[in-house]
Ligand binder design. Structure first.
Ligand code: NAP
Ligand code: G3P
Length: 481
């Protein structure tokens, strides 16, 4: 059982033992709301990380050999134990990453549902059987049986903004398919991740099947990513980090879910009330700290004034405050992130953007800001802000909107608002993104849908079924009868 030592030092999991780092070194985690220390997690050394990986690799074959239904039953028990901890883990998410308490609890509930769905879907993976005579020179006597087998040891690296859901969305598919897991949580969110793992231990996690390596990614990241016993990496986080990992990791599969610059493309025939509501929710939920947040509005100039006014009316009513006050817009994850948003706003203003609404600035608490007449010379037209600021870019034609979207380095999602579904399909066909939402805000859920980014938004596909696929490889047995 993980114990909360004095000075709020949490322990990490090594072979089902809750341990601190041998050096006693820890990493403090500060609450975005009040910058108080929420707790500390062990800062593991490379030697300790190596030991964790060695153990996890040693037990992988035995875990793979377990019956699939046994692995599925473990996940079902995990979901059950997680739900029992909804209040405790929800509270920790709330404290650690500044989500409201209700959002923190919702994340835990959503994760239990994801785990259950994975536990069932993971039992239905199938290989194939191929006759040789389909190819000239081969005969019916040559037959191939193609199995799906696990990679081995999966390294799961998660981001701060969904410290439980985006961790389990990697861990559960890995475990159900017979892989063992090294889990590297985002430092900000690591305590929530450790509590999530506590639920897995309670559910009966076999020793070593999952180990947790805590410590700053900038310190232990390269070591773990290049460790020879890691057989697959599934990463969610920033584009720069993802690209760095992809360069470091060699000869193993890497799934990357990265940054985004999701546009809301609003056409002249759009329902502007619906579009405004979806845009505000998409842009400012969790203060815009979502990869799938709406990060720019590309709007036909003829309806732009009306849309901006509608968005402004809704945004003006958002309450700004701490997550403890259950505010709509809450403090950002840290000062560095907030400073980046301020930089983008100041740059746009200096280049002539119209500041329609400017939010309060109190350290890492930034109120929502709306920028109109944003032009291509402004950084915010291109860079991921990952915060509560929304630029409006006006265009004269749908073609211009499509070209603008395609020239962006990101390609996660896009929303198209129009009453003409045929036109929505036509535009969707031309956008180079992972997902197009028609008349809805950009978002990842529901969690069984494929979820992917192209260009600098990622490689490979997540979403329960596709995540399960990514954890398996072909193994071909050829019969020469
Ligand atoms: P981040 O700074 O890239 O960190 C993500 C994870 O990578 C953390 O666990 C981090 O550990 C670890 N890390 C950092 N450097 C590493 C290295 N050299 N080797 C291995 N791991 C390393 O991202 P974040 O700030 O947590 O999340 C914000 C970004 O993630 C945004 O760009 C957002 O768009 C993106 N994101 C994308 C998705 C998606 O599904 N597409 C979802 C959520 C977030 P530390 O915390 O210890 O640094
Ligand atoms: O940034 C996290 C990404 O996965 C967004 O999830 O469900 O808020 O769209 P969601």
């Amino acid at each position: 059982m993980m114990t909360r030592k004095t000075e709020d030092v949490f322990e990490t999991l090594l072979n089902n033992q809750w341990i601190g780092s041998e050096s006693g070194e820890t990493v403090p985690i500060y609450a975005p709301d009040d910058h108080e220390v929420v707790g500390r997690v062990p800062a593991l050394s490379q030697e300790e990380v190596d030991k964790a990986v060695q153990h996890t690799a040693e037990v992988q074959e035995a875990w793979e050999a377990r019956e699939g239904h046994e692995r599925s039953e473990l996940l079902h028990r995990w979901a059950e134990e997680l739900e029992k901890m909804t209040d405790e883990i929800g509270e920790m998410i709330h404290l650690e990453v500044g989500k409201t308490l209700s959002s923190g609890k919702s994340e835990v509930k959503r994760t239990a549902q994801l785990i259950r769905h994975t536990a069932e879907e993971g039992l239905r993976t199938h290989g194939s059987f191929i006759q040789g005579d389909a190819f000239p020179g081969a005969t019916k006597q040559t037959k191939a049986m193609v199995q799906k087998v696990p990679h081995g040891v999966v390294l799961a690296i998660s981001p701060f903004n969904y410290p439980v859901n985006l961790a389990a969305s990697k861990i559960a598919p890995a475990l159900i398919t017979g892989n063992t897991v090294i889990f590297k949580p985002a430092t900000q969110g690591a305590i929530s991740g450790l509590l999530m793992v506590q639920a897995l231990v309670k559910a009966g996690l076999p020793e070593g099947v999952l180990n947790v390596v805590t410590g700053r990614g900038s310190v232990i990241g390269d070591f773990i990513v290049t460790h020879p016993l890691i057989d697959m990496i599934t990463f969610t986080g920033g584009t720069d980090t993802g690209k760095h990992i992809a360069k470091k990791a060699s000869m193993i599969p890497v799934v990357l879910e990265l940054g985004g610059k999701d546009p809301a493309i609003v056409l002249e025939d759009a329902d502007l009330d619906q579009a405004a509501k979806e845009i505000v929710s998409g842009a400012f939920s969790y203060s815009g700290q979502r990869c799938t947040a709406i990060k720019r509005v590309i709007v036909m100039d003829r309806v732009a004034d009306e849309l901006v006014e509608k968005v402004k009316d809704i945004v003006s009513a958002l309450n700004v405050g701490t997550s403890r006050e259950d505010a709509s817009v809450t403090p950002m994850i840290d000062q560095k992130a907030a400073d980046n948003v301020t930089r983008l706003i100041d740059d746009a203003r200096s280049k002539g953007a119209a500041v329609i609404l400017e939010g309060v600035k109190e350290k890492n608490l930034l109120g929502p800001t709306l920028l109109d007449h944003v032009t291509e010379d402004m950084a915010i037209a291109w860079e991921e802000q990952f915060g509560p600021v929304l630029p409006f870019v006006r265009v004269e034609s749908e073609q211009e909107a499509i070209q603008l979207e395609k020239r962006n380095e990101y390609g996660l999602q896009a929303s198209v608002f129009t009453k003409n579904l045929e036109n929505a399909f036509a535009i969707s066909d031309k956008l180079n993104v992972g997902t197009v939402q028609v008349n809805g805000k950009t978002s990842r859920g529901p969690d069984h849908f494929p979820f992917l980014g192209v260009k600098n938004s990622g490689q490979g596909v997540q979403g329960i079924g596709r995540s399960i696929d990514s954890m398996l490889r072909d193994k071909v047995l050829v019969l020469n009868l």
